[in-house]
Design a protein around this ligand. Sequence first.
Ligand SMILES: [Zn+2]
Length: 174
Amino acid sequence: MQEIVATSAISAGDEVTVSYLPAKDEGSDVRSVRQEYLLTWYGFRCLCRACLKDGEELEADDAERRMIKSAQSSRSGRLDLLPLSSLESLSLGLRRVGAKLPYRLEVGAALLERALREGDLAAAAAALADNYSMEAVIGGGGGDGGRWASLVEGERPTMVEVGGEIHLFPAFQE
Ligand SMILES: [Zn+2]
């Protein structure tokens, strides 16, 4: 059985779309590249929300994706070699363009590891909270944060605000 998880809230009547493209490749590319790829390999012109953007909205979306592609292709595409600041902007960019959760989690894992290695606890806490909630969503709503939950004993999730957004955060206990 294949499970499908929404990356955002769905209201009644909303059209539900699925991305054909991997987030670590063409899926993170600018519109013209994505559309060319879909037309060549799948034979259709994509009319999803991201592809229908125009004007300043499209400019902003494409700019975000150019930043993502540049972070993805630096250091031979190895996430574990990216500096903390690049991993942070990559993670933020992927969230802004609504990239697929498994890839966002892959980046989040690299980000958490890098932040811990550099002793940046604020960045580590933000990454942990982010990974925890993504894992819980991937786990099907009733998820427990999976491997991230094991980082904290006897966690009792609380909501905290990180960078202007609310995250589910496992509270540490003495
Ligand atoms: Zn599209």
